[in-house]
Design a protein around this ligand. Structure first.
Ligand SMILES: [Zn+2]
Length: 85
């Protein structure tokens, strides 16, 4: 006579947990708030002064916004040069 088999329920609790890793490393675009994975395609560099305080800020940007910011910056510089000249 064999011993009664124990009924064992094994739960792999990991399967029931929401996978935090599913979100993955990534950033929320500072311009359009769209989440994207991986490194920022570029970051707009904001520099401004408050009195004697010089502040830098590099918000993460998605590829689209990074291009827009770059083009916008180039356009502004061009306009400023024309006005100064
Ligand atoms: Zn964006």
């Amino acid at each position: 006579m064999s011993a009664p088999k124990a009924i064992v329920h094994e739960f792999e609790t990991a399967d029931f947990m929401p996978s935090v890793a599913a979100v993955g490393p990534g950033y929320d675009c500072d311009m359009c708030n769209q989440h994207f994975d991986g490194e920022p395609a570029g970051s707009g560099l904001f520099v401004w002064t408050r009195g004697e305080e010089l502040r830098f800020e590099e918000p993460p940007l998605c590829e689209t916004c990074a291009q827009n910011v770059t083009l916008d910056a180039l356009t502004r510089w061009g306009v400023e040069e024309e006005e100064e000249g």
